[in-house]
Ligand binder design. Structure first.
Ligand code: NAD
Length: 427
């Protein structure tokens, strides 16, 4: 099939490469010529494991064509995937300006009827809004919602091995045609209506965020009663109704999706006259969990001012360079405000973090360099490389052997054996 993808970010580029690997011809639109030139050379614009090689393979097979030419691209085939950003507005609602701009451009340039498939996460009713905009073109368009559930860091795997594919449309035949694009992917395939598909995405992310805030509250309670949250989560997760996923206590959820989608769903509910009480609590718990790192830091160091503190990890999770809504960034900013000298290291996200962090923050090229003369080392991202560090060497470099493991990544017994004062979350 001939398919057009608008947007080449995390979702757009994974979709482009994934669809090409399924055998489709894909035209991917990015409006910036310099970015298109890079993509044409097989250079991806962010870090995502496995995506670079998939891109190169499909460029070689001539399955992917990058272009800045929106008009030409949308008229190549019958399917147009919208994969543009929907960042949060100041009040928490989703900013739909990119989606609307794409809809207006399709209205302007489409020379034939098209299936418009929305992969961006959008509030319920956005499909109808797009339909309204497109009504100004003389051709008939079918509006379809096909929400994306990939997780950064394992997005390529997630494309081919999904838990489900959801397609929502008014017309079941149209939905089936879109589902056929994914014929080669073996998974549960659910066809529903437009509004329901849009809400499935928000409900899924809000539920996962709720699980995280729930286990974080359990972690805080564990500390009061001497229980171990990892063991509690393990025991809970053995129950199939609960499942073991998203039950890792830590410094709260972050990233480009959970924080914005939870807030957007809360606002969406409010806009429809419904107060989503549970989500208010989920957001509050998440904010407090980040703050807890500062509280624990003060308990360990007494006074933060003038102390050297190392933060390992800047990305919101491992295996990505994405720092959007990363808890690490908030924590570093607070420590800096409190007068600490903050030294940081991340294997992939430093370039992005440099754009948002204060110039006083010291970026290091290795965990060892970041540990020199430090009085406290905080783990803020669960990169597997941090597990494999030579901790006795790190200890020698530090001024005081304090570790605050915000991700419960390390083994207490081992660290204590090496002489560290090891503080975790909920243990
Ligand atoms: P991103 O910021 O990485 O990429 C957005 C892309 O859209 C960029 O390439 C940008 O240039 C392009 N774009 C913006 N306006 C455009 C326009 N008018 N015309 C053409 N291109 C335009 O965002 P992302 O992380 O890929 O997310 C995209 C959507 O998918 C969001 O709604 C997000 O909530 C959703 N989503 C993201 C993830 C994730 O993990 N990143 C997972 C599932 C769903």
């Amino acid at each position: 099939m001939k398919i057009t993808v608008i947007g080449t970010g995390y979702v757009g580029l994974v979709t482009t490469c994934g669809l090409a690997s399924l055998g489709h011809q894909v035209w991917a639109v990015n409006r910036t010529p310099a970015k298109v030139r890079k993509l044409e050379k097989g250079q991806i614009l962010f870090y995502e494991p496995g995506l670079g090689s998939l891109l190169k393979k499909n460029l070689k097979n001539r399955k992917i064509h990058f272009t800045t030419n929106f008009k030409e691209a949308i008229n190549k085939g019958n399917f147009v995937f919208i994969c543009v950003g929907t960042p949060p507005l100041a009040d928490g609602r989703a900013d739909l300006s990119a989606v609307k701009k794409v809809a207006k451009d399709i209205t302007r340039y489409a020379k034939k009827p098209l299936m418009i498939i929305n992969k961006s996460t959008v509030p319920v009713g956005t499909g109808r809004l797009v339909e309204k905009i497109l009504a100004k073109n003389s051709h008939k368009f079918n509006i379809v919602s096909c929400p994306e559930f990939l997780s950064e860091g394992k997005a390529v795997k997630d494309f081919f091995h999904r838990d489900r594919i959801v397609v929502g449309a008014d017309n079941k035949l149209v939905a089936q045609k879109v589902m056929n694009i994914f014929k080669k992917i073996k998974t549960v395939k659910m066809i529903t209506d437009l509004e329901t598909a849009e809400l499935i995405k928000y409900s899924s992310n809000a539920f996962l965020a709720t699980k995280i805030s729930f286990i974080n509250e359990i972690a805080n309670f564990c500390e009061l009663v001497g229980a171990d949250v990892d063991e509690v989560a393990k025991g809970m997760g053995l129950d199939k109704r609960i499942a073991p996923y998203s039950l890792k206590a830590g410094i709260g959820y972050g990233g480009s999706c959970f924080p914005k989608d939870v807030k957007a769903l809360k606002q969406m509910a409010a806009g429809n006259g419904y107060e989503f009480k549970l989500l208010k609590a989920v957001i509050k718990v998440n904010n407090l969990q980040r703050r807890l790192v500062i509280k624990k830091t003060k308990e360990i160091l007494n006074n933060v001012k003038g102390k050297t503190i190392t933060v390992l990890g800047l990305a919101f999770k491992n295996d990505t360079d994405d720092i959007r809504e990363s808890a690490a960034i908030d924590i570093i900013n607070w420590l800096n405000k409190l007068g600490a000298k903050v030294k940081v290291f991340d294997p992939k996200a430093s370039k992005n973090a440099k754009k948002v962090l204060n110039s006083k923050i010291i970026f290091c090229s290795s965990p060892k360099e970041a540990a020199v003369k430090s009085q406290l080392l905080i783990i803020a991202t669960e990169w597997s490389m941090f597990k494999q560090l030579k901790w006795p060497v790190i200890k020698k470099l530090m001024k005081k052997p304090n570790i605050l493991d915000g991700k419960n990544l390390l083994d207490r017994k081992t660290l204590e054996k090496y002489g560290f004062n090891y503080v975790a979350m909920g243990k």
